[in-house]
Ligand binder design. Structure first.
Ligand SMILES: *[C@@H]1O[C@H](CO)[C@@H](O)[C@H](O)[C@H]1NC(C)=O
Ligand SMILES: *[C@@H]1O[C@H](CO)[C@@H](O)[C@H](O)[C@H]1NC(C)=O
Ligand SMILES: *[C@@H]1O[C@H](CO)[C@@H](O)[C@H](O)[C@H]1NC(C)=O
Ligand SMILES: *[C@@H]1O[C@H](CO)[C@@H](O)[C@H](O)[C@H]1NC(C)=O
Ligand SMILES: *[C@@H]1O[C@H](CO)[C@@H](O)[C@H](O)[C@H]1NC(C)=O
Ligand SMILES: *[C@@H]1O[C@H](CO)[C@@H](O)[C@H](O)[C@H]1NC(C)=O
Length: 551
C-alpha cells in the first residue's frame, strides 16, 4: 500500500516536473545590423538598419515568452543592444549594456536569450554603444497579457506603436567626435515619428488608420537622444492605461509629456468627423520649439488633416503637475515580477538612502557629466564579468561614491561606479538634479515606485510628501532642473544593473553607474549561470571559467 502511494507520489512529482519543463513558448529572431539610407527628417542620410528596417522590427511577445535573438553586427564598430525595461530576472547577462556584456565585434554575432517573465507592457530596445542610438537600431517591444489574465479595458481594435524622438542630422560618428572633443551636441535638427515626418502637402502616407467608432491602443515611447516630447492627437483625447509595465488609473489627457526613455499606452477612440488627423510631437523645455506630425487616417476618411495644430503646454510646472496625476491601478491584476515588493511598499522600512547628484564640469578641459563627483567610464572588462571571475579588484572599486554627496561638488574624477547593494533590502534613491537641464533616469533589472518629484533640495522631512499608496511602478523617472525625484524599491533581483541617464550625451559623457546585487549563497535560485555563448573580453578572456552556481 505504502509502496503504491510512493509510486503514485513519484508519478505526480515526475508529472509536475514535466509540466514545469513544458516550457513557455519561444520566439526566434535573426537580426542583421547594417548601415543604410534613411530620411527621418525628409533628407537622405546614413542610418543603422535592422534587417533593412528603420525603425527596427517590433517585437510582439506575451508574458513569459522566451526570446532568442541572434544579432549579426555588420557595422564597422562594436555594437550592443539593450532591452529598456525588460527586467531580465536573475539574468543581467542579457541586459546588453557595457557593464554586463562585451560588445559584438564587427562581423560577429551574439544570441541574446531571455524571458519576458511576469511582465506586461510597452517597451523599446536601442543601441548602447558609441552614439549609435542617434542613427537608428531602435524599435518597439511589447509584452501582451496572457489570455487568462484580465486586462482592465476592452480589447482595442488594433495595437499601434509610436516611437518618437529628437533627431540630430550630423550622424552618429560626428556626434561622437563632438562629445569626445569636449563639446556638446547643440540643439536637435528635428523630431521624427516612427522614423519620418509628415510634409503636410496632402501626399503623406498615414502612419496608422482607424475605423470610425473603434478604439485603438497606441504605445508611445520617446526613443530620442535628449529632448522631452509632448504628444497629442488633433481633436482626440487619450485615455492613459499603462505606463512602463503597470496598469494606471485611466485618466483622460489632451496631451502627454513623454521624457526620453519612457513609454505610455493610451486608448484613442475614432469618434470624430471621418478625415485625416495629425498626431503631433513637440519638443519641451527647449529654446526653439520644434513640432512634427504624422497622419492618422479614418478608413472612410474624406479630406486632409486641418493645418491647425493643438498647441503644446508651456513650462515644466505643467509637466510636474501631470506627473502627480499618474496613479497605479491597485485593483488591476497583471503579471508582476516582484509581487512581494509590490504591496504596502509605503510601510516597509528603508534600509539605505542613496542620493545621486548629477553635475557637469570639465576634466582636462573637456566637458564631462558626473554623479556624486564621479564621471563613469566603462572599463575594458565588463563589471559583471570581472565580479563573476573574482577579479573585481583589478577592474573597479565598490561604493566609490558617497551615499550622501556634499552640497558642493567641485571636482570630477573619471572611474567606473559600482554600488554594493545587499540582496532583498528596501532602498530609497534620491535623484538630485543640480543642473539646469531636464534629467531622465532609468534603472534596469527592476521597476520602482516613483513616489515624488519636487523642485528644490531634498531633505528627510520631504518623505511626508511621498505617494506611499499608489505611485506607479515603472523604470524611468524624469527630474526637472534644480529638482529632485525619489524612488523606492526592494533590490531582489541579483545581478549587475545599470542606472543611466537616458539623456544620451550625458550618458555618453559619464552619467551612469551600476548596482551590484550578489546572491549571498551563489545560488541558481537567485541568479543564472554565465551563458555558454557569452562573449568574453578584457582580462577574463583567457581565464578559466569559475565553477557554476548550484541550487
Ligand atoms: C547582412 O547584410 C549584409 C549587407 O546587406 C549582407 O552582406 C550579409 O550577408 C547579411 N548577413 C546576414 C547574416 O544576413
Ligand atoms: C501580437 O501577438 C498577439 C498574441 O500572440 C497576436 O494576437 C497579435 O495578432 C500579434 N500582433 C501582430 C501585429 O503581430
Ligand atoms: C552566432 O550565430 C550562430 C548561428 O549562425 C550560432 O550558432 C552562434 O551561437 C552565435 N554566436 C553567439 C556568440 O551567440
Ligand atoms: C482598475 O482596474 C479594475 C480591474 O480591472 C477596473 O475595473 C477599473 O476600472 C480600473 N480603475 C481605473 C480607475 O482605471
Ligand atoms: C520599522 O522601523 C520601526 C522604527 O524603527 C520599528 O518600530 C518597526 O518594527 C520596523 N518595522 C519592520 C517591519 O521592520
Ligand atoms: C557588500 O556588502 C556586504 C554587506 O552588506 C558585505 O558583506 C560585502 O563584503 C560587501 N562586498 C564588497 C565587495 O564590498
Amino acid at each position: 500500500m505504502g509502496g503504491v502511494m510512493l509510486i503514485l507520489l513519484l508519478c505526480l512529482w515526475a508529472g509536475s516536473m514535466l509540466v514545469a519543463r513544458a516550457e513557455d513558448p519561444y520566439l526566434f529572431f535573426t537580426w542583421n545590423l547594417t548601415y543604410g539610407t534613411i530620411s527621418p527628417l525628409g533628407v537622405p542620410q546614413q542610418g543603422i538598419l535592422i534587417n533593412g528596417q528603420f525603425p527596427g522590427p517590433n517585437i510582439n511577445s506575451t508574458s513569459n515568452n522566451n526570446i532568442v535573438l541572434n544579432v549579426f553586427n555588420n557595422l564597422d564598430e562594436p555594437f550592443l543592444l539593450t532591452w529598456n525595461g525588460v527586467q531580465q530576472r536573475k539574468n543581467s547577462w542579457q541586459d546588453g549594456v557595457l557593464g554586463t556584456n562585451c560588445p559584438i565585434l564587427p562581423g560577429k554575432n551574439y544570441t541574446y536569450h531571455f524571458q519576458v517573465k511576469d511582465q506586461i507592457g510597452s517597451y523599446m530596445y536601442y543601441p548602447v554603444t558609441a552614439m549609435h542610438k542617434a542613427a537608428g537600431g531602435f524599435g518597439g517591444l511589447r509584452i501582451n497579457s496572457r489570455l487568462l489574465i484580465p486586462v482592465p479595458y476592452p480589447d482595442p481594435a488594433d495595437d499601434y506603436t509610436i516611437l518618437a524622438g529628437d533627431w540630430f542630422s550630423k550622424g552618429h560618428t560626428t556626434l561622437k567626435k563632438l562629445l569626445d572633443g569636449g563639446r556638446n551636441l547643440g540643439r536637435c535638427d528635428g523630431v521624427h515619428i516612427n522614423g519620418k515626418v509628415a510634409k503636410g502637402d496632402g501626399k503623406d502616407e498615414p502612419l496608422f488608420t482607424m475605423e470610425p467608432g473603434k478604439t485603438y491602443k497606441y504605445r508611445i515611447c520617446n526613443v530620442g537622444i535628449k529632448t522631452s516630447l509632448n504628444i497629442r492627437f488633433q481633436a482626440h483625447n487619450m485615455k492613459l492605461v499603462e505606463m512602463e509595465g503597470s496598469h494606471t488609473v485611466q485618466n483622460v489627457y489632451e496631451s502627454l509629456d513623454v521624457h526620453v526613455g519612457q513609454c505610455f499606452s493610451v486608448l484613442v477612440t475614432a469618434d470624430q468627423e471621418p478625415k485625416d488627423y495629425y498626431v503631433v510631437a513637440s519638443t519641451r523645455f527647449t529654446r526653439r520649439l520644434v513640432t512634427s506630425t504624422g497622419i492618422i487616417r479614418y478608413t472612410n476618411g474624406k479630406g486632409p488633416a486641418s493645418p491647425e495644430l493643438p498647441p503644446p503646454p508651456v513650462g515644466w510646472a505643467w509637466s510636474l503637475n501631470q506627473f502627480r496625476t499618474f496613479r497605479w491601478n491597485l485593483t488591476a491584476s497583471a503579471a508582476r515580477p516582484n509581487p512581494q515588493g509590490s504591496y504596502h511598499y509605503g510601510s516597509i522600512n528603508i534600509t539605505r538612502t542613496i542620493k545621486l547628484a548629477n553635475t557637469a564640469g570639465k576634466v582636462d578641459g573637456k566637458l564631462r557629466y558626473a554623479i556624486n563627483g564621479v564621471s563613469y567610464v566603462d572599463p575594458p572588462t565588463p563589471l559583471k564579468l570581472a565580479e563573476y571571475y573574482n577579479v573585481a579588484d583589478k577592474v573597479f572599486k565598490y561604493d566609490n561614491i558617497a551615499d550622501d554627496p556634499p552640497a558642493t561638488i567641485s571636482e570630477i574624477t573619471l572611474n567606473p561606479i559600482v554600488l554594493n547593494l545587499t540582496h532583498r533590502t528596501f532602498i530609497e534613491i534620491i535623484f538630485e538634479n543640480r543642473e539646469t537641464a531636464i534629467q531622465s533616469w532609468h534603472l534596469s533589472g527592476y521597476s520602482f515606485f516613483a513616489v515624488a518629484i519636487e523642485a528644490g533640495t531634498w531633505t528627510p522631512d520631504k518623505r511626508k510628501n511621498y505617494n506611499l499608496l499608489d505611485a506607479v511602478s515603472r523604470h524611468t523617472i524624469q527630474v526637472f532642473p534644480k529638482s529632485w525625484a525619489a524612488i523606492l524599491l526592494t533590490f531582489d533581483n541579483c545581478g549587475m544593473w545599470n542606472i543611466r541617464s537616458e539623456i544620451w550625451d550625458r550618458h555618453y559623457l559619464g552619467q551612469q553607474l551600476y548596482v551590484s546585487v550578489l546572491s549571498p549563497a551563489r545560488s541558481l535560485r537567485d541568479e543564472y549561470n554565465i551563458p555558454d555563448n557569452l562573449l568574453l573580453c578584457g582580462i577574463v578572456e583567457s581565464m578559466p571559467k569559475p565553477p557554476p552556481y548550484s541550487m
